[in-house]
Design a protein. Structure first.
Length: 201
């Protein structure tokens, strides 16, 4: 059984081939043969690719998966950003809300849509009212998905049995408890901010 974890960073999954730059560049053709991979997982990778590179990467994942193979994607959700903005007062007063976003829905939505954008340079006020310089490199966010957009792309590529689920949950034991972003320093981040989807070849 071959399981590929793309964009792993420092998050090493046992039993998976953990892949990242410079070993693997997902904007280019993947160095795996057709119909050879059982499972693919990538978390908070897709938003760092522009729309074209992201779509081509998903096509490459489809190419290398075996028939019946599955891919699990976790990425920021436009739907989740809208939910957080509209339900700000219902979100618990965590460090994520109070310190990172100054308990201000406007600061949150600006952070999510501008301050995490590749190449962004500007200034903002922090939770103490001090000026904070923001400079993002070229590897920051370039494209965001919502449920409708990601589903349309997966269907167009040829995937079937597309299922939206929650972090760490899956009907397949190989795809459970994989996400890093909802533990450690991310433990108080609302789960609604991500979309998690599985698709089968």
């Amino acid at each position: 059984m071959i399981k590929l974890h793309f964009g792993c960073g420092s998050h090493q999954l046992e039993g998976w081939q953990n892949l990242d730059l410079p070993q693997v560049d997902v904007t280019k053709k993947l160095k795996f043969s057709n119909y050879t991979i059982d499972f693919i997982f990538h978390e908070h990778l897709l938003e760092h690719l522009d729309e074209v590179d992201g779509y081509n990467f998903l096509k490459e994942c489809y190419r290398i998966l075996k028939t019946g193979g599955k891919m699990r994607i976790s990425c920021p959700s436009i739907d989740g950003f809208i939910w957080a903005y509209q339900n700000w007062d219902k979100i618990p007063d965590t460090n994520w809300k109070i310190i990172r976003h100054c308990n201000d829905r406007n600061k949150f939505i600006n952070y999510a849509t501008f301050f995490e954008t590749a190449g962004y340079q500007g200034k903002r006020y922090d939770s103490e009212g001090k000026i904070q310089s923001v400079k993002r490199g070229v590897m920051w966010h370039k494209n965001l998905e919502d449920r409708e957009s990601i589903e349309k792309k997966l269907i167009k590529i040829g995937f079937k049995n597309i299922t939206f689920t929650k972090q760490h949950e899956s009907s397949n034991p190989n795809l459970r408890n994989l996400e890093r972003r909802f533990g450690g320093k991310f433990k108080d981040r609302p789960f609604q901010l991500d979309l998690v989807v599985e698709a089968e070849k």
